[in-house]
Structures are given as C-alpha cells and as structure tokens.
Design a protein around this ligand. Sequence first.
Ligand SMILES: *Cc1c(COP(=O)(O)O)cnc(C)c1O
Length: 400
Amino acid sequence: MPGFEVFGEEEKREIMEVLDTGVLFRYEFPEQRKGIYKVRTFEEKFAAYSGAKYGQAVTSGTVALKVALAVLGVGPGDEVITQGFTFVATWEAILDIGAVPVFTEIDETLNMDPADLEKKITDKTRAIIPVHMMGSAARIEEIVAIADRHGIPVIEDTAQAAGAKLNGKGLGSFGRLGTFSFDAVKTMTTGEGGMVITDDEELWRKMSEYHDHGHDHAQNPGGRGGEGRSFIGFNYRMMELQGAIGLAQLAKLDLMIETQKLHKTRLKEAAAGIPGATFRTQLDEEGDNATFFAFLMPDATKAQAVNAVLKAEGCGAIYFADNTWHYYPKWEHLLGGKTLAESGWPFVSHGKRRVVYDKDALPQSAEIMGRCLVFQVPIKMSEERLQEICAALEKAASAV
Ligand SMILES: *Cc1c(COP(=O)(O)O)cnc(C)c1O
C-alpha cells in the first residue's frame, strides 16, 4: 500500500499550481483559477485510466460507497450483500445509508464466493458489493452474471485495487459502479479521498448533484445557487489540493505496480519452497496490482508454525484471522449491533432486535483465513530487506 512512499516533487508541483491561484474549491471562481480544475481533470483521467466513462471524486472511499448506494436508491428496509473479509468501511457505508449488511463467504480468491452469494440473495437485496481485497480480482464476471439474473446492481469496492485488471479490463469497471479510496495507506493516495466510476451518465449526474447539496453542475440558467433541486444531497466534495495530488500519483501508478510485482515475485518464489504452501487463487496474475502477497498453508496449525519462525526472524506475516478490522468474527461492535442510535436502529425496531449476526456464520471463510499468511509489498523495499524476508521464508520451509 505504497502511494505515500513515492510522494515527491511531482505532487509538490501540482499542489503549487493550485496554491498559486489560491482557489481551493473545485467549482466556481472562473477568473481567479486561470483554467485550473484539478479535481475535474483528476476525475476525467482516473475514469479513462480505469476504463470507465465517468468519474466522481469524493472525500473518501467510505463516502464513495455511500454515494454509490445513494444513487442506486438504496435505503432503510433494504439488504446489501458484501463479503466477510473486507475493511469495516464497506459495511459502515451500508449501515450509514440505512440498509442492513449481509455477509457471504470468501473462497480461495480471498474474495466473495459466488456460490454463497446466490444463497444470500433475498427479495430485500438491493445491491451487491464484492470487494477486490489486497489488489486481486474477485470472481467479478460470475458475480455480475448472478446479479444480472436477479436484476440487482453491483458496486465493486475497488478501494485496495487501483490499477488492477482482470483480463485487460480495469477492476471497478465491471459493475454498475466502482468505488476507490485514496486514503493515506492505499495504492495511490491523496491523503484522504475517493472516487466512483461508472459508464452510466444518469448515475454520474446524480452523484455529482448528491455529493454537492443537490447542486446541478450542468450549465443551467440559474447559475450555481439559482438552480432547482431534484433531490436532497449532502457535502462530500473533494478539494483542489487532493485533485492535484491525485493527478501526480495517477501518473506514477503503473510504475508503482510494476515495482511491486518484481518484489512480489521474489517473495512468491521464496514461499514456494515451504512444504504444503499454496497461493491465493488469482484469476489474472498479470492484472494483480501486487500491493500484497498471500499464501495458504494446509491448516491453521501449520500457518501459525510458519509465522512463528517468520516472527522470530523479524519478518512476521499478517495473520488476518486475528485482525480485528478486516474479518467478520472480530467485528464485535457489528455482531453486538452497537450503534449510537438510542433506538438501536437498524438492528432494533420498535424495541425488538430484528437483525442478529452469528459469529460462526461463515465457517468456510474461517477455515481459509485460519491458514492464510500475508505480506505487504512495498515499492521501496531495500534489497537487504527483501533478502531478509526470503531467508526467513526459507528457514520456515525447513521448520515445517
Ligand atoms: C480503505 C478501504 C475503504 C475505505 O476507504 P477510506 O478512504 O479510508 O474511507 C473501503 N473499503 C476497503 C476494502 C478499504 O480497504
């Protein structure tokens, strides 16, 4: 997750262009801004890069999900399906729009299991959000086919997979909408920020209005503030400074991914020597954005034994089974239905608990996560550190 690693002169130059005009707001100030529209340009370039017609920049990846759900008309009483291995933000957005999250199993892609998705669809399902976790594709073509059969729109949570592809097509461009995050630790960063991409002009116009208090950004006789409003919006506007940084980071994205791929290949070769080790299923190895490297042991005991050796060598892997931010059984606040709403909504209605989450509801995911070990793959990895990790993996190979 390396965008911050390559922050440099290019970003500073872009930022200075904005500071020279003094216009930090993405709209208005036509004379003062001297033709500089950083957020708008970033939207156009990012959408084109990702293979979509339109881009809508917003303040975060979490908001990107919320805006996508909003323009699909999702709200209270609806269910939205996502996977039990994702960052909490995915289901926070579902709850924030008033809907209830439903969780599917993952398979060895470490993403949504299409077979389980089919089982979780009900007559209340209004959207499906597969997540391309750790830079690699979910079975998005199968998922979209299932969703189409049921007439349910797909939002791809592509927060961790900017620049990744499946058979040459950008992740995020398969569903009705694709969302991205540019937070401080993502593949490319604007400090805080997000984007929604789509080919659907009407959805894009709705996003544009919704994210800016209902302002209509098409040319209109009333001018900004004088236009009529189609619906009630909110404020999720991105700043020009973020747009400027985004442009500089986007220009570096291909190179970042290429460098990570080289490092990831080295780690993969070293891990291949561990008896019983297999790799996460990748539908398109070439399209991987390579921010993470995941491998699986035959069982949890072996995975922990391998990680004990890695840790002793100062090279411990991430064990997501114990991670409290990304994995369903560890989300105690969700399982307990703890919200700030005194009514308990949406988990409680009229004093009665209406949504109950069982900690053990995803046994297939638990089985997979229990034997999964993950390394983050930085861009600026010294040869020394790379050799250290490879040596630790070799040592682990002879220990199990
Ligand atoms: C980071 C992340 C988000 C949220 O992005 P923010 O910009 O931090 O709000 C959403 N989904 C996933 C899978 C993420 O990793």
